[in-house]
Design a binder for this molecule. Structure first.
Ligand SMILES: NC(=O)C1=CN([C@@H]2O[C@H](COP(=O)(O)OP(=O)(O)OC[C@H]3O[C@@H](n4cnc5c(N)ncnc54)[C@H](O)[C@@H]3O)[C@@H](O)[C@H]2O)[C@@H](O)CC1
Ligand SMILES: [K+]
Length: 519
């Protein structure tokens, strides 16, 4: 719910808006009497403050450093001009370049004043080559078509220099909603997103251009945000605060192992034995009360050795060493959740069909998804009466939903609605879409997780938390978001301590609890 405006900063980070929503919110401020010029002044002063605290000190730019400002025709350019003026007064050596020879009214006034102050105007972008830092105020959320021709060339020239570039609101050329590059786009080292996080910051497509992102809060009244987004916004940016409120902690003082959830993991084959272990280690990290692992009979000793706490179920196996079927004594309905997929091999469709038939919540990953893709997934999932959580990466998503196009956030939303399943689309900004239209996005991750086996750990963690949420009656959407955020944080912590090359899947599983302790 968006009702409680305190603590403001925490809530502000749990939402993100499209360009249209931002414009609607902004219009409400202006309609209520906030002068446009006053808002621009306020925003620009906040940008200057953060520039000085963050970037100018980080790069040890003394006053006198040369700063180039790229100025566009709209209010993004207006912001840039106010920033330029203030930095000029603070002793920096400023120069402006405005490649389009027209301005909206307010930026025109700021431009006139900058000229009157004697701030240098450049004839071409080449002269920016002498600058220590470049500020990008070419386009913000008003970008309406591809950047082309001379403008495209100048953007590429700036990118080629590999200088520090600070983008105002969004790197010029990035679509505010889809995050796509429209023609070409500034590759910023830092971006100050103004007022509210825009959707592009949650889209993988934009990340290479955004650099380090920071939100500049300029005190948009909460009532205006709520008037546009509604009391229950559909898009959630997952933060530590979301997670803290939704972990199965503390445990009740009197409990027992089955009350803390029973997860069945169905994974592994002789060929891909490690999948079962990594999924099991992810489940262990979740703290689930009981963990059962069904694997081909021949893998049983290895699983027992690695996961002594788990109840290991040896299954009859095919000639190739995949699970032929589950033993008759396994009562699928007795588990709170089932996680299946990693290492199964593609040759066990009847096993997957049996599992789809149950009324137990399922987490389906890897080979489970590849098999599902062969089965007419939308029809198979629509039939299920329990929760299905699918955890595809981009390739698996394409195989499951070949007809669905568009940017990641809209594609995953459509997939969830069509299939009546929860779809967790893995990526740099993992997004979890629900059939009711809500989407939860994990705003932080690390490329260290781009590594075989890290998904298996997530499957186990997700299954373990889902099982606990079932017995504890924790809210489902928040629980799944918690699992994905936690997994990313474990990767981030491991990468901080061991570099991005040091986060193999086993190591990742060992960082789940340390990441939790850091909360
Ligand atoms: N969200 C807010 O509440 C605030 C927004 N402000 C700033 O205002 C910006 C939005 O301002 P505007 O709506 O004026 O839009 P922009 O400044 O993003 O740019 C719009 C202008 O660029 C032109 N244009 C768009 N795409 C083009 C292309 N591919 N090639 C050539 N010209 C193109 C348009 O015709 C228009 O003149 C934000 O990004 C932000 O920087 C701030 O000033 C104040 C607060
Ligand atoms: K910009």
């Amino acid at each position: 719910m968006l009702v409680d405006p305190t603590p403001r900063y925490q809530h502000l980070h749990q939402i993100a808006v499209s360009a249209t929503q931002m414009r609607e919110i902004e219009d409400r401020l202006f309609d209520s009497g906030m002068p446009v010029a006053a808002l621009m002044e306020k925003v620009a002063l906040l940008i200057v403050r953060r520039l000085k605290e963050q970037i100018l000190t980080q790069f040890a730019f003394k006053s006198g450093a040369k700063i180039g400002v790229l100025v566009g025709p709209g209010n993004n350019g207006g912001d840039a001009l106010v920033v330029a003026r203030e930095l000029h007064f603070q002793g920096y050596d400023l120069c402006l370049y405005h490649p389009l020879n027209q301005f909206k009214e307010l930026p025109q006034q700021h431009f006139n004043y900058a000229r009157a102050l004697g701030i240098a105007e450049l004839e071409s972008v080449e002269a920016f080559s002498e600058c220590d830092l470049i500020i990008d105020g070419l386009f913000g959320f008003g970008l309406e078509r591809e950047i082309s021709g001379n403008l495209a060339q100048l953007v590429e020239t700036l990118n080629d220099w590999e200088k520090p570039i600070v983008s105002i609101d969004i790197p010029s050329g990035i679509h505010t909603d889809t995050g796509e590059v429209l023609g070409t786009a500034i590759r910023a080292t830092h971006t100050f997103c103004l007022g509210l996080w825009k959707l592009a910051f949650l889209q993988d497509a934009a990340l290479a251009h955004i650099g380090k992102a920071e939100l500049i809060d300029f005190d948009i009244p909460w009532a205006d945000i709520e008037a546009v987004l509604g009391k229950h916004p559909r898009l959630h940016r997952v933060t530590a605060a979301t997670v803290k409120a939704n972990l199965p902690l503390p445990r009740p003082p009197v409990t027992h192992k089955y009350r803390e959830g029973h997860l069945l993991v169905v994974c592994g084959s002789r060929k891909y034995a490690g999948g079962a272990i990594l999924t099991g280690l992810g489940a262990r990290g979740s703290g689930v009360g009981m963990l059962s692992i069904a694997v081909p009979e021949s893998l049983k000793p290895m699983v027992v050795a690695q996961l002594p706490e788990a109840l290991t179920i040896g299954c009859p196996e095919t000639a190739e060493g995949a699970i032929a079927q589950l033993p008759k004594r396994v009562q699928l309905e007795s588990y709170n959740a089932i996680a299946l997929g990693p290492g199964l091999t593609p040759e066990v469709p009847s096993l997957v069909e049996t599992l789809l038939d149950t009324e137990t919540p399922l987490v389906i990953d890897a080979d489970g998804l590849n098999i599902l893709a062969q089965l007419n997934p939308i029809a198979a999932l629509a039939k299920r009466r329990a929760i299905s959580v699918l955890t595809p990466h981009a390739g698996e998503f394409k195989r499951l939903f070949p007809e669905i196009k568009g940017d990641r956030l809209s594609a995953v939303t459509t997939a969830a609605q069509q299939s009546n399943a929860i779809i967790l689309l893995k990526g740099s900004r993992t997004a979890i879409a629900h059939p009711n239209g809500s989407v939860w996005v994990i705003p932080e991750s690390t490329p260290a997780l781009a590594r075989g086996g890290s998904g298996d750990v997530l499957t186990g963690l997700l299954g373990g938390l889902l099982a606990q949420a079932q017995t504890r009656e924790l809210p489902l959407e928040n629980t799944l978001a918690t699992a994905a955020w936690w997994h990313a944080q474990a990767g981030i912590l491991a990468a901080q301590e061991r570099t991005e090359l040091g986060v193999d899947a086993y190591t990742l599983s060992q960082y789940l609890i340390p990441a939790l302790c850091k909360l």
